[in-house]
Write a protein that binds this ligand. Sequence first.
Ligand SMILES: [Zn+2]
Length: 353
Amino acid sequence: MDISSASTPPVMVENKLSSLSLTDDNSPPTPETITLDSSGDVIFLVGGKTPHHQKSQLLLASSKILSLASPVFAAMFRHGFQEGKTLSSRSMDPIPLPDDNPDAIILLFKVLHFRSRDVPWDPDLGTLAHLAVVCDKYDCVEAVAAWSRVWLMGNGGTGSVRGKVEDVVMVLYVSYGLDVPSAFSEASLVLIKDHSRSFELNPELPGSDITAELIPEHLAEDIQRAREGLYSKLDEAIATGIEPLIEMGGLWCVRTRIGSYFTTLSNHNLWPPSALRKTSVQEALKRARAIIEPERGAMPSSVQPIKAALGEALAKTVGGARGMCLDCVKTGGESAREGKCRITHEESKEKGT
Ligand SMILES: [Zn+2]
């Protein structure tokens, strides 16, 4: 964990911030101050570095609170005291956090200082992604756990995102970083079922040019594999569909029926398998249902016999789709063997999930 950016020993504040003398003739105006603890004893300086955050801000905070929430901050402050700085120090040097996203740090500090009224109910995904990175860096995921659940599991909140693949990936990223199993499971299921294209698991974070690798890269392959598993079930369902057509007998008629069957599937982009994989599993299921339960007009007589078989196979495909277990992902399956997963899943019934 890199705390080099904050290597300046924390200098404690004895009096009011008005005594800050950060400005001289050449320096920019005194940054705005956010008071998180009016009797705070430590000042941080955020922003002012990138084009995205040109404005600097000072945060007056409590070293005690930050130490309780984060072992990294605790170590930072211990280091500061060892250097001979004490609460009675009159120096006013703020601790710069130049590498951290200011919005994420401000949000984090508000949460940690119980500024609940100032904490937004629905921060944008970009800020939450930066918050996940910051919480990972300062090892304080647990301290924000209650808020993480509010943000990711609220009604119509971020957890129920059904948008572009990039947005869903961002929910996956945030729920992994902030450790919210239900939102992670939901987002992974959306990626498996509702999308067909590949994606980058550790995206470039909004408003910056950094990529922080929170999620192990193999997870993208796991999701791809789970998606392929559902496509295979669809392939199987389609193959099963020809059985009743054969059982109806009559060589010539069988050929005609099977030909018509695959033509119908092909017209709905469900055949051949390569065409099927260009659409999401969810969309493929919708198209398959449209064949067996046409909204208007009669079902082609050649397709009628496969209705039951295909319908049953499709139902199995839907039933088999599950999101991923965050605990299993993080422990390599150990949590399931020990019965410690925070979401229920039928690990014992299906292999390799
Ligand atoms: Zn599990």
